[in-house]
Design a protein around this ligand. Structure first.
Ligand code: CS2
Length: 490
């Protein structure tokens, strides 16, 4: 095993906190914090240290990090023979702000806080996946409307912090979403403004006019840590750090350059600062994340465990090549100079990195929040185009297989009747539909009619419905292998 080791070069006293991050999980530690670590190393300190916060769960991680002065390690695996172990001190403070959020507000009101970054996952924005409107039926959002000074949700916290900053005459911080959603900046702005309007329409207008919400595309495969991966870090890298995270060597961050109060000189640390993130986000969401979700549901139905196990099977590799080439790529409009074919090839080799043990069950979580932007938005565009041009529908067979496998998965049982937990904010609705509709055609029809997930084009398209139904029936009667007839060259 070849191991490269990088240590922090700066003194901790030479770092001030300029960023508050909400959503302290493995992804933040392995992605954004590493870019900040590179920045602090290059500048030998500076004003862009991070205060990382959890608002709902995982107070334990906060305690563990604090016991070690927030120092931890990131193990970046190129493959099973090459790893880079990095010491990270970029997180200079960690907070758990559960019921009492005043310590968090202290940070958010500091004039040193210039940027607030978020990785709260898709469901943490409380918007309906299909139309991105605030989920007013959610009790936490209702709470934040009734008691805005004691918010529970991330949008509610941003509204209250901006309200207090405005009142105190402190310029608004910039809000940078780092979650896997298209137009994540505009989406965050819309959720925050919609919530703020309950306080006062003028205040919502003030946010609209005064707060920057740049979009960003984030990319790095970071499996959830397990006891097994901890043990591997100990034995392979001699790393005895209970806060360590493991990830792939690849990393990408494309950020819209709109930071009125300033920002780290990220372009010198490999961050791509651009005017328009949208094409990059769409490409990554539909190709990488879309393939991930496809492997997650179809692979789980085939009883596979990890992404690498799945792509090692030529039939699964052909499935995602087919999906990317014929069902996702035609929906992309990329600027000149981006070689999408090369990107597709690089994804296949990233997925094959078996040192990561990236579990399909991790990706399968929250499908109702993920598949709209990963598969359905692009597929709906194709369905509409095909209808308008009256051309025969083709090339949605991989998406139809994905949808059939997702529907199977949301029933909470695999093909042999073994149960699994369906971790999804819509699990109750989905479960009710599974209980109510015993006939596959009724079940599929009712699920395709959930407009919070499926754009209208789906419930109006009989060909797509038939394709999902046929695949579902084949899968349940003959098994997954019978559905994997993809030759990506056709
Ligand atoms: C994955 C992502 O869990 C998931 O849904 O598709 O976390 C994926 O690994 C990252 O977006 C890669 O950048």
């Amino acid at each position: 095993m070849k191991i490269k080791i990088t240590k922090s070069l700066y003194k901790l006293e030479s770092v001030d906190i300029g960023i508050v991050h909400i959503g302290l999980g493995a992804f933040h530690r392995a992605h954004q914090a590493v870019y900040i670590e590179k920045n602090l190393n290059r500048n030998l300190g500076g004003n862009w240290g991070i205060c990382a916060v959890n608002i709902r769960s995982n107070s334990k991680l906060v305690d563990l990090l604090k016991m070690n002065d927030c120092r931890y390690h990131v193990a970046e695996y190129t493959d099973s023979q090459h790893a880079h172990l990095r010491e990270v001190n970029a997180i200079r403070d960690a907070l758990f702000a559960g019921d009492d959020k005043e310590v968090l507000f202290e940070r958010l009101l500091s004039s040193n806080t210039k940027i607030v970054t978020l990785t709260v996952t898709e469901k943490g924005y409380y918007v309906t996946p299909s139309d991105k409107k605030l989920r007013l039926d959610d009790p936490s959002i209702q709470h934040d409307i009734q008691s805005p000074a004691q918010p529970k949700t991330a949008p509610g916290i941003l509204v209250e912090a901006l309200f207090r900053r405005k009142k105190l005459g402190i310029p608004a911080f910039t809000v940078l979403s780092c979650d896997n959603m298209p137009n994540n900046g505009a989406l965050t702005r819309a959720a925050v403004c919609e919530l703020a309007a309950y306080r006062s329409p003028d205040f919502a207008k003030w946010i609209q006019d005064n707060v920057a919400f740049p979009s960003s595309m984030v990319d790095r495969i970071v499996p959830a840590m397990s006891d097994e991966s901890q043990k591997r870090l100990q034995s392979e890298l001699n790393c005895n750090d209970q806060n360590a995270v493991m990830c792939e060597a690849f990393g990408q961050w494309v950020v819209e350059d709109n930071f009125p109060l300033g920002r780290p000189d990220w372009e010198l640390d490999g961050v791509q600062m651009v005017d328009d993130v949208h094409p990059f986000e769409t490409m990554k969401l539909r190709l990488l994340n879309g393939s991930h979700s496809l492997l997650a549901y179809v692979g789980s139905a085939a009883k596979l465990e990890t992404v690498a196990d799945a792509v090692a099977d030529p039939k699964f590799a052909a499935l995602i090549r087919h999906y990317m080439t014929f069902e996702a790529l035609p929906t992309l409009d990329m600027p000149d100079g981006i070689d999408v074919q090369h990107y597709i090839e690089s994804l296949i080799s990233r997925f094959a990195n078996d040192s990561l043990q990236h579990k399909l069950s991790q990706i399968a979580m929250d499908g109702s929040q993920k598949i709209p932007q990963r598969w359905l938005a692009g597929a709906a565009e194709l369905l509409i185009q095909q209808k308008e041009r009256q051309v025969q529908q083709k090339n949605l067979s991989a998406t139809a297989l994905g949808v059939a496998a997702w529907i199977l998965y949301t029933g909470g049982k695999d093909l042999e009747g073994h149960s699994h937990k369906v971790d999804d904010p819509m699990s109750q609705t989905l479960n009710e539909l599974h209980t109510l509709h015993k006939k596959p055609e009724n079940l599929i029809c009712s699920i395709l009619a959930i407009h919070d997930v499926f754009p209208k084009a789906f419930s109006e398209d009989d060909t797509f419905f038939q394709s999902v139904l046929t695949t579902y029936l084949t899968m349940t009667s003959k098994g997954v292998a019978a559905c994997l007839q993809f030759d990506h060259l056709n």
